[in-house]
Design a protein around this ligand. Structure first.
Ligand code: F6R
Length: 613
C-alpha cells in the first residue's frame, strides 16, 4: 500500500527520497509527494502530484533546488483510502503553522472525532484524509521536544500507523513511529533513512532496524534513539539484509513479473537449499524450532493467509493430510478473528505471507496466539512483522518480489509446505524410502520449472489467441483445485479479465450456465489422480462450445482430442504438480495482460502489501 521514505543526513535529500519512492512504486499508489526543509531551515516546502513519481519529478523540476540542497525530507506514495486521489489529499501533510510535515501509512479510526475537536480549536484542514489530524495534533502538543510531541499526538489515535515527521524547529532530525504499519530504519555512518519497506533502503545500506509496534525513533545523521510509547528507551537489534540492488531492478526484463517468473528455478533452489536430507528421507527446517516429538504431537493444523498465499495454503492442506495424517483447515485470514476458531491443546497455526505485513494475516496470528495456539510463519520478507510475531517459522529466501502479482512466492511457499509436510510425515507414517523419494522429487523442482519456462514462446502464442475474451474459467480437482483458483486470480488481477477458479465437479452445479463460445475454459489435467474425471468435465464444456485450453503432462497426446490448445508441463509427482502448472498459468496470464496493454507490475486498484483490513 502507501510508501514512506524519510532522510536525515548530509546528502541531497530530494534525490534520496525520489529514488526511494521509485523503489516503492511496486506497492501500488495513485499520488506522491515530498516535503523538504529549506537550507536556511526557515520553512518546509511541499511538492505533491497526482499520478506517478514521474509526475512528481516534473513538479519538482518546476521548483528547482536551492543552491544548497535540502538534507532533511520525507516523501510518500499514497494509495487512496480516505478521500480521492487528489493533490490536496496526497501526503505529506503540513501543520497549520507550517513547522511540521508528516507522512502516514495506515488508518486512523477516530479521525472524525479528532478532526471535529481540532476544528473547534481553530485548526483548518486542507484534505479529506484521516492522516492530516496527526500533524495538527503534533503542532498542538509541541513544547520544544519533537519526539514528545509525536508521542503525545499518537496517544490520542485509534487505528494503525507508520509515520515519519520532520520539523523546521529541528533541522537535522527525523522522527518515525509505528503501530500496525511497518517502519524500517536504515543505519549508515553519517545518515539515516527511514522507510516503510527495505526496498527503499537497500541501495544505501544492508543494516536495518525493524521498529516494533509502539516504538518511536528519533534519528539524525549520527544518532538513532528508540523509545517505547511510554518514553522508555528500548534497544532494537540491527539486522543484516542480504538483498542487493540488482535484485530490486528489472535486469533487462520488460516487467518485474516476468523477471520473477524466470527467477523461480533459482528461488526454489534458495528456498530448499541446505534443507533437504535425502539419505534420512526428511528435511531440516531449523527456523521451525520443533523437535520430531513436537511435530508428532500436533493434532490439528490451521492455515491462515490471503490471496495467492491462501491458495498455497490450500495446497498445504492436501500435503499435510496426505503425508502426515494431520487434520488441516485453511482459513481466509480476514475471517479468522471474527469467527470462533477452535484452538485446542496441540493445535498449531501456520500463517503464510510473502510480505509478512498483511493486516488480516497478522490479526489471525495475534488471535491464534491469544487463544494459545503455537504459531508458525512462512514469510519471504526477513524481519517482517508476521515473521517476528509468529516467533518461529520458515523463511522462503525467494528474494524480493516486486511485481504486484505474486509468482515466485507461491511456488516457494508450496515447496516449503512440502518440506514441512515431509518432516511432519516422517514422525508419523512416512517410511524412510517414501521420504527419500519425495525429497528427491523436490530436488528436481528447479529443473521442472525451467522446463515450463522453455515453453514460454508457445504459451505466449496461445495466450494471444484468447486475449480478447472477457470471461474465463479455470477448472481442477484435488491438487489442481487450488491451482485453478490461483490461475484465475493471476489472470484477473493483471489483465482485468473476469476469471473464476472452480472445482471441476462444481461447475455443473450452476456456473455451467455461463459457458458459451465466448467463455474459454482452462482445464488443469496433468497426470494425477482425478484427471479422467476432469477431462469428462472439460468435454461438458466443449459440448457447450467453450474453447478449452488444457494444461497437461508432456507426452499426453490423447488430451489433444478434448481441447483446442494444450500447454505441456513436465511429468512430476502429484504432490508437487501445482508448481509447474501454476508457472504455466503465470506465463499465460502475463502474455494475455501484455497483449491487452495492461500495467502488469502495477495493476489498477491493487497494492503489493495490504496493510489495512
Ligand atoms: C496476488 C497477490 C495477493 C497476495 C495477498 C497476500 O497475486 O499478490 O493476493 O498474495 O495480498 O499477500 P501476502 O502474501 O504478502 O500476505
Amino acid at each position: 500500500m502507501c510508501g514512506i521514505v524519510g532522510y536525515a543526513g548530509n546528502r541531497n535529500a530530494r534525490n534520496v527520497i525520489v529514488t526511494g519512492l521509485r523503489r516503492l512504486e511496486y506497492r501500488g499508489y495513485d499520488s506522491a509527494g515530498i516535503a523538504e526543509l529549506n537550507s536556511d531551515n526557515s520553512a518546509i516546502s511541499l511538492t505533491r502530484a497526482v499520478g506517478k513519481i514521474s509526475d512528481l519529478a516534473t513538479r519538482l523540476e518546476q521548483h528547482p533546488e536551492e543552491s544548497t540542497p535540502a538534507t532533511l525530507a520525507v516523501g510518500h506514495t499514497r494509495w487512496a483510502t480516505h478521500g480521492a486521489p487528489t493533490e490536496n489529499n496526497a501526503h505529506p501533510h503540513m501543520s497549520q503553522n507550517g513547522a511540521f510535515a508528516l507522512v502516514h501509512n495506515g488508518i486512523i479510526e477516530n479521525y472524525l472525532t479528532l478532526r471535529q475537536h481540532l476544528i473547534q480549536q481553530g485548526f483548518s484542514f486542507n484534505s479529506e484524509t484521516d492522516s492530516e489530524v496527526i500533524v495538527h495534533l503534533i503542532e498542538q502538543c509541541y513544547e520544544g521536544d519533537l519526539t514528545r510531541a509525536v508521542a503525545a499526538a499518537l496517544e490520542q489515535l485509534q487505528g494503525t500507523y507508520g509515520i515519519a515527521v520532520i520539523s523546521s524547529h529541528h533541522p537535522d532530525t527525523i522522527v518515525a513511529a509505528r503501530k500496525g504499519s511497518p517502519i524500517v530504519v536504515g543505519v549508515c555512518p553519517t545518515e539515516t533513512i527511514v522507510a516503510s519497506d527495505i526496498s527503499a533502503i537497500v541501495q544505501h545500506t544492508n543494516q536495518v532496524i525493524f521498529l516494533n509496534d509502539g516504538d518511536i525513533v528519533t534519528a539524525t545523521g549520527e544518532d538513532i534513539d528508540i523509545v517505547s510509547a511510554a518514553n522508555v528507551p528500548v534497544a532494537r537489534e540491527t539486522t543484516h539484509i542480504d538483498w542487493d540492488v540488482g535484485e530490486i531492478e528489472k535486469g533487462g526484463y520488460e516487467h518485474f513479473m516476468l523477471k520473477e517468473i524466470h527467477e523461480q528455478p533459482e528461488a526454489i533452489s534458495n528456498a530448499t537449499r541446505g534443507r533437504l536430507l535425502p539419505k534420512d528421507g526428511t528435511t531440516k527446517l531449523s527456523g521451525m524450532q520443533m523437535t520430531p516429538a513436537d511435530l508428532a504431537h500436533i493434532d490439528r493444523l490451521l492455515i491462515a493467509a490471503c490471496g495467492t498465499s491462501l491458495y498455497a495454503g490450500m495446497v498445504g492442506e492436501y500435503l499435510f493430510e496426505d503425508f502426515a495424517d494431520i487434520s488441516t483447515e485453511v482459513h481466509q485470514a480476514a475471517e479468522f478473528r471474527y469467527r470462533n476458531p477452535i484452538i485446542e491443546r496441540d493445535t498449531c497455526l501456520i500463517a503464510i505471507s510473502q510480505s509478512g505485513e498483511t493486516a488480516d494475516t497478522l490479526a489471525a496470528v495475534r488471535e491464534a496466539i491469544r487463544k494459545g495456539a503455537d504459531v508458525l510463519g512462512i514469510c519471504n520478507v526477513v524481519g517482517s512483522t508476521i515473521a517476528r510475531e509468529a516467533g518461529h517459522g520458515v523463511y522462503l529466501h525467494a528474494g524480493p518480489e516486486i511485481g504486484v502479482a505474486s509468482t515466485k512466492a507461491f511456488t516457494c511457499q508450496v515447496a516449503v509446505l512440502a518440506l514441512m509436510a515431509i518432516t511432519a510425515g516422517r514422525t508419523r507414517r512416512l517410511s524412510l524410502n517414501a521420504g527419500t523419494a519425495m525429497v528427491r522429487e523436490i530436488e528436481r523442482l528447479p529443473d521442472l520449472v525451467r522446463a515450463v519456462i522453455t515453453q514460454e514462446e508457445k504459451i505466449k502464442q496461445i495466450a494471444k489467441n484468447y486475449a480478447k475474451a472477457e470471461d474465463f474459467f479455470f477448472l481442477g480437482r484435488g491438487y489442481m483445485y487450488p491451482a485453478a483458483l490461483e490461475g484465475a486470480l493471476k489472470l484477473k488481477e493483471i489483465s482485468y479479465i473476469h476469471a473464476e477458479g472452480y472445482h471441476a465437479a462444481e461447475l455443473k452445479h450452476g456456473p455451467i450456465a455461463l459457458l458459451c463460445p465466448e467463455v474459454p475454459v482452462v482445464g488443469l489435467v496433468p497426470d494425477i489422480q482425478g484427471k479422467d474425471k476432469t477431462i469428462s468435465n472439460l468435454q461438458e464444456c466443449a459440448a457447450r462450445k467453450s474453447p478449452v485450453i488444457a494444461i497437461a503432462t508432456e507426452g499426453d497426446k490423447e488430451i489433444e482430442q478434448h481441447c483446442n490448445d494444450v500447454i505441456y508441463v513436465p511429468r512430476c509427482a502429484e504432490f508437487l504438480s501445482p508448481i509447474p502448472v501454476v508457472v504455466a498459468e503465470q506465463i499465460f496470464a502475463y502474455y494475455i495482460a501484455r497483449e491487452r496493454g495492461c500495467a502488469i507490475d502495477q495493476p489498477r486498484n491493487l497494492a503489493k502489501s495490504v496493510t489495512v483490513e
